[in-house]
Write a protein that binds this ligand. Structure first.
Ligand code: PGA
Length: 255
């Protein structure tokens, strides 16, 4: 089995004014640095995805840190008359190295479908960003027994041709577990992640090396059992990433 380096990613969503965002990033940088000076290099990747307004500031705050910065969404195009949108090139220019695409809140609030997510991921790749492609079923779909089928079709439909283990991360986030405090059972997560890996194997030659994160109410008290699962390669953390101690405690379950 390929050894995959874990990734713990924080998605701040639409939270964070300048002062608090910079303070949160600085607090995390401090925790990472003190861990490194006590124990040596971190054996996992850390990422925070602030709102686009803070990308540059947070990148500058983390300039000396191992923590990377990502965007939360990008447009399909590099530039143009698209009021209010942000391109992958702009995120890159502001210091980002990752971008989340296809988050369920984008799919729900902005009607994004797999085709658009795929083009966004390709746009991210074109300017050197790693795309974190989000997939996940709704409660109704799970209750109808369709979770695996939905996740499989989102995966197949959202992966661009050039995707590979170095430019793509998958995040499985059951929609009903996001921001609700409800977490999928360990058995359900294991089953879906195994299915995602099988789906990746059909599409990519280096599928075994692709990281597949779990997201949805990951907290310090449930992270360890989820991160232990063989096919779970990290977490995409929303609410708990807004607190430096909580986010660090989640990361620490993998250190
Ligand atoms: P949550 O969000 O941790 O607040 O459930 C996760 C996400 O939406 O990425």
């Amino acid at each position: 089995m390929t050894e995959r380096r874990l990734l713990i990613a924080g998605n701040w969503k639409m939270h964070g004014l300048h002062r608090e965002g910079v303070a949160l990033a600085a607090a995390l940088a401090e925790k990472a640095a003190s861990h490194q000076s006590a124990h040596g290099p971190l054996h996992l990747d850390l990422l925070i995805c602030p709102p686009a307004t803070l990308s540059r500031e947070v990148s500058e705050t983390l300039a000396e840190s191992v923590i990377s910065v990502g965007g939360q969404d990008c447009h399909t195009l590099e530039r143009g008359a698209h009021t209010g949108d942000v391109s992958a090139a702009m995120l890159k220019d502001a210091g980002c190295s990752y971008v989340i695409v296809g988050h369920s809140e984008r799919r729900a609030d902005h009607g994004e479908n797999n085709d658009q997510v795929k083009i966004k991921a390709a746009a991210a790749h074109a300017c050197g960003l790693t795309a974190i492609i989000c997939i996940g079923e709704t409660r109704e779909q799970r209750d109808r027994g369709e979770a695996m089928a939905i996740v499989g079709s989102q995966l197949a439909g959202s992966l661009p041709d050039e995707a590979n283990a170095s430019n793509t991360v998958i995040a499985y986030e059951p929609v009903w577990a996001i921001g609700t405090g409800l977490v999928a059972t360990v058995a359900d997560v294991a089953e879906i992640h195994a299915g995602v890996r099988a789906g990746l194997a059909k599409a990519l030659s280096d599928a075994d090396a692709v990281r597949v994160l779990y997201g949805g109410s990951v907290k310090p008290d449930n992270a360890a059992e989820l991160m232990e699962l063989e096919d779970v390669d990290g977490a995409l953390v929303g609410g708990a990433s807004l607190d430096a101690d909580d986010f660090w405690a989640i990361a620490a379950t993998c250190l």
